[in-house]
Design a binder for this molecule. Structure first.
Ligand code: ATP
Length: 299
């Protein structure tokens, strides 16, 4: 289990991470979310020991993370850190050996992953000759070649087309089945929503929302009511608790401030004709993210 306890990081006098605590269990997919500059990369760097925390404690299975256990960690960095003059094979061998692996095992696993990512023809090609998406695949393969117990993915889907996003997600889910703890960052909430179980939203290095995605969504009091009916938008906007009414091609979506206003909306809808649907839904993670981040920025 990865555990961060009251971790703070100062760059000089600037507080980039502020009293952050969370845990990532074995076989869990954890999202570290936040806008640019929120402190995600700084947190990752502290976890793998590239940076010392100013305060607090970071442990993996109860032990401080040092060179003895970094061999069991995989890290995909946000900025491309490939050695572009090397061939794919040379690159992966280089990193595998750094992680204490023997060449035979590295090559066996490399062949498997190249096949899995549909790029086996690139094995002897120089990294710089590869497209951005394929370089990202190599970077991903490099980060998992040692079959890490803890896998850290900083923006793993950036620059990938939807088919490859799906492929990466499949592999990540598979690693979860094999009990790998996975922590990743992303700006794309629709990706996070698809497979993340627990998350933290960071604003200026501070956690503003954390916990299980399911629980967060269920307990979030702002709701969206989907309605199919003939309705008067102006009237509905005046109902207490209604924040906005959106007209889609298929239905109307009424955004309410809190679930306590569902009844008030329902009473108004009862007056409408041709009502064929009244469905209350949790907000999307993107809406929650914008709400949380926006509120703090406005404060
Ligand atoms: P992004 O999504 O843009 O990658 P991030 O959430 O990863 O952002 P960090 O890179 O961790 O954010 O940066 C957090 C804050 O710390 C930012 O305000 C950044 O300018 C600052 N920062 C990062 N590295 C340093 C450094 N080496 N020295 C001083 N300040 C830094």
């Amino acid at each position: 289990m990865l555990k961060l306890e009251n971790v703070t990081k100062y760059y000089d006098t600037f507080k980039a991470v502020d009293n952050l605590s969370f845990t990532v269990d074995e076989g869990e997919i954890f999202g570290l979310l936040g806008v640019n500059g929120a402190g995600k990369t700084t947190t990752f760097r502290m976890i793998i020991g590239l940076l010392e925390s100013s305060e607090g404690k970071i442990t993996l299975n109860g032990k401080k993370i040092d060179y003895n256990i970094t061999d069991s960690i995989g890290f995909l960095t946000e900025e491309r850190s490939l050695l572009t003059k090397l061939t794919v094979k040379e690159q992966v061998i280089f990193y595998g050996v750094l992680k204490g692996m023997d060449e035979k095992t590295i090559l066996k696993r490399l062949d498997y992953w190249l096949e899995r990512f549909h790029i086996k023809e690139y094995k002897e090609k120089k990294i710089k000759e590869l497209s951005k998406g394929n370089q990202q695949k190599i970077q991903f393969i490099t980060s998992i070649i040692n079959e890490p117990k803890l896998l850290i993915l900083d923006e793993p889907f950036s620059g990938l087309d939807p088919i490859n996003v799906e492929l990466f997600m499949d592999v990540i889910r598979e690693l979860k089945q094999k009990k790998t703890s996975i922590i990743f960052s992303s700006h794309r909430m629709e990706h996070v929503e698809l497979f993340c179980e627990k998350l933290v939203i960071l604003v200026h290095g501070k956690s503003v929302l954390s916990g299980s995605l399911k629980e967060i969504k269920k307990s979030y009091r702002k709701k969206n009511i989907h309605i199919k009916a003939e309705l008067d938008i102006t009237k509905l906007k005046k109902v207490p608790g209604v924040v906005d009414v959106l007209e889609n091609a298929e239905d109307f979506v009424i955004k309410i401030e809190s679930d306590e206003y569902i009844d008030a909306v329902f009473n108004e809808i009862k007056k409408c004709s041709h009502v064929t649907e009244f469905r209350v839904e949790d907000p999307t993670l993107n809406e929650i993210f914008l709400n949380e981040v926006g509120e703090v920025y406005e404060a």
